[in-house]
Ligand binder design. Structure first.
Ligand code: BES
Ligand code: ZN
Length: 647
């Protein structure tokens, strides 16, 4: 726990009514009594049954109480608990009632004395509702050779894979052991069994067909970075310290997609911050239902197969997940209220990496795309705008951290850091970067500690920092002040957009003015900017794409730019369908419905269902019933809320 000693009185006054009593602030999204304990080490021993679609496990925590207490409370969510032992003696426990969304507290009787270490073990099994893990039959995989299992724990789902102090405020080193009939990976370095300091815990569920895999995570990490993948997976090198894994049928495509950039990214990030601390940076490309583009599990970043476009145009996602190795994985938000410290910093580093490698205009181009995403996301928040568009979030009502998820922590966070870079000057800000990451390495912090660190480092520039409009940046809903971006790469997209809008408003004489050559030199991202520009014109000056001229323009565009409707890039398809549905082009409804059977990424699936639901609820419901079995449980739970269906 630390106190703030460097922030200027002026800023202290601005944040006074938000200041917590202690730093880092308490995490409201856990039921555990984590504040009583230091977790020195966690051993997680898992066994996978594909027949039963269950993971059985024993978790052992090496704890040191910070205060006296007679109970230990752990988080669980849809788990069965079999047995609990303290220092190898069985003890009583009470698995309380489940209250959504944070789960069922597991209350364990144990007399804990300050500074006297103890060993706590819990044996348990998952259920069909354990949200973090998704079992798939072989038909649901890409190669259809073997069944598959993968996990997704961020933000608060580790508790459905393992009883735990499931808060990003607690960090621990880990030993992982997994028994499975299929090749398995976890979020640490693969080691041989004799490198384990502790003995394997429970032998009871070993069986002859299963193999055991051992992993060590020697850097203390929060629980949301733990991951398991088990299935027909093979690996291929993508650089001297990186391997990509996937099903055999697409391993060559994975290697091709990532090998040119991987090591360059790592080296560039190291120059900006400091050495990569986790040894290897491995990744695994998952089957289609993975609900994200990427997830930064330590040593095992999970990636969506929609990145495999064959043209290396999506590698910025890898730069993003790699950047988390510093922002998030080493320096961690203490709760999901301060999620921008993870994601805003990561977007900032991601763009510094791509900017260093491909030039500053590229960095600014990505920032402009991000700005458009941010304004679209804020526009679509409706009644939730006040609540969800502030940089620092409030989850003290114990609401679902996933409900607060949006582009805001990413892009408002990025823009704050970009603004600070401009306020103090790039060279000075570059010196602050390693200072900050070093100061909070291996610990978790809140926004106030970030501010304190900033004021500490820039002690001689306090006035400059005080000139920042902190109240607006941190606590005010809506868009932040717009920075000056270099628009050289977007100008061509806007010019073409303006021509289409002008014609859609004034004349039907389109075919004289446009040709397929208009977009022939566009990069994938320039196409996105162009289409977004058109969509965002909806409602401006009373114009709507549903007007006869607007619809005719969209149809002509479809003829002239056929690469949009036949694209294999999800980002393009999604945006193109969104524009068509905005213009109420009826034929696009069924196309979107069919497409929803081929994508699992929430960023596409959720807004697509919302749009379809607005224009054709019957089709949205029919589509949902048809494809609900392919989606990941996290995605499914949110889509249900989005379109108000129960099952
Ligand atoms: N850590 C996130 C994914 C995440 C966030 C999972 C919150 C669960 C809760 C990851 O780093 C991420 O941001 N992924 C993005 C891609 C990125 C390039 C912006 C995604 O998957 O959309
Ligand atoms: Zn991220």
């Amino acid at each position: 726990m630390t106190t703030l000693t460097h922030i200027s009185p002026k800023l202290l006054e601005i944040i006074a009514d938000r200041l917590p009593e202690q730093h880092p602030e308490h995490d409201p999204s856990t039921n555990s009594n984590y504040q009583y304990f230091k977790v020195n080490q966690t051993d997680l021993d898992l066994s996978v049954s594909f027949e039963e679609q269950i993971v059985r496990g024993t978790v052992t925590f090496d704890l040191t109480p910070k205060l006296d207490t007679d109970t230990i409370v752990l988080d669980t969510l849809y788990l069965n608990v079999d047995q609990v032992a303290v220092n190898d003696e069985k003890v009583e426990f009470d698995l309380k009632e489940l209250v959504k969304p944070l789960g069922a507290p597991l209350v364990i009787k144990a007399s804990c004395t300050k500074d006297t270490p103890l060993k706590l073990s819990v044996s348990y099994s998952t259920t069909s509702e354990s949200i973090a893990i998704q079992f798939m039959t072989k038909d649901q995989t890409t190669g259809k050779t073997q069944p598959y299992l993968f996990s997704q724990c961020e933000p608060h789902y580790f508790r459905s894979m393992c009883p735990s102090f499931d808060t990003p405020s607690i960090k621990s080193t880990f030993n992982f052991k997994v028994e499975s009939p299929l090749p398995s990976l976890m979020s640490g370095a693969l080691v041989s069994p004799n490198e384990f300091t502790s003995k394997p815990l429970h032998k009871s569920f070993e069986n002859a067909d299963n193999k055991s895999y051992y992993f060590k995570q020697n850097v203390p990490i929060p629980s949301y970075l733990v991951a398991i993948v088990s299935g027909d997976i093979v690996g291929a090198p993508t650089g001297p310290r990186s391997t990509v894994y996937s099903e055999p049928c697409e391993i060559a495509a994975c290697k091709y997609e990532f090998e040119a950039d991987m090591e360059n990214f790592i080296v560039t990030a190291e120059k900006l911050i400091f050495d990569y601390k986790f040894g290897t940076f491995d990744s695994v490309v998952l089957p289609v239902s993975f609900p994200y583009l990427g997830m930064e599990n330590t040593n095992l970043c999970t990636l969506s197969r929609t990145l495999l476009s064959g043209d290396r145009q999506n590698v910025d996602v890898v730069a993003h997940e790699l950047a988390h190795s510093w922002s998030g994985n080493l320096v961690t938000n203490c709760s999901w209220e301060h999620f921008w410290l993870n994601e805003g910093w990561t977007v900032y580093i991601e763009r510094r990496i791509t900017g260093a490698l491909y030039g500053e205009p590229t960095r600014h181009f990505s920032a402009i795309i991000g700005w458009t995403d941010l304004s679209n996301s804020i526009k679509s928040m409706g009644d939730n705008l006040e609540r969800y568009s502030c940089l620092v979030q409030t989850l003290k009502d114990r609401s679902d951290p996933d409900d607060a998820f949006s582009t805001v922590p990413y892009e408002k966070g990025f823009n704050l850091l970009f603004h600070l870079e401009n306020v103090v000057g790039r060279d000075s800000f570059d010196k602050f970067i390693p200072f900050y990451f070093n100061k909070f390495s291996k610990i978790s912090l809140d926004t106030y500690q970030f501010l304190d660190c900033l004021y500490e480092f820039f002690a001689d520039k306090k006035d400059l920092l005080d000139s920042v409009d902190w109240k607006t940046w941190l606590f005010t809903p809506g868009l932040p002040p717009k920075p000056d971006f270099d628009t050289s790469m977007v100008d061509a997209c806007y010019e073409l957009g303006d021509r289409w809008i002008l014609l859609a408003k004034t004349s039907t004489d389109f075919d004289l003015k446009f040709s397929s050559l208009d977009i022939s030199s566009f990069t994938a991202n320039q196409n996105l900017v162009f289409i977004d520009y058109l969509s965002s014109y909806e409602g401006t000056d009373g114009f709507t794409w549903t007007s006869a001229l607007g619809q005719a323009a969209i149809k002509l565009m479809d003829n002239l730019y056929p690469t949009y409707s036949t694209s294999s890039n999800g980002e393009v398809i999604f945006r193109w369908l969104r524009l068509q549905l905005t213009g109420d082009i009826k034929e696009a409804r069924q196309v979107m419905s069919d497409w929803l059977g081929t994508v699992g990424r929430m960023k596409f699936v959720r807004p697509s269902y919302k749009l379809l639901n607005q224009v054709d609820r019957e089709l949205a419901l029919e589509t949902y019933q048809k494809y609900k079995n392919i989606y990941n449980p996290i995605c499914l739970q949110l889509v249900r809320k989005d379109i108000s269906v129960d099952i």
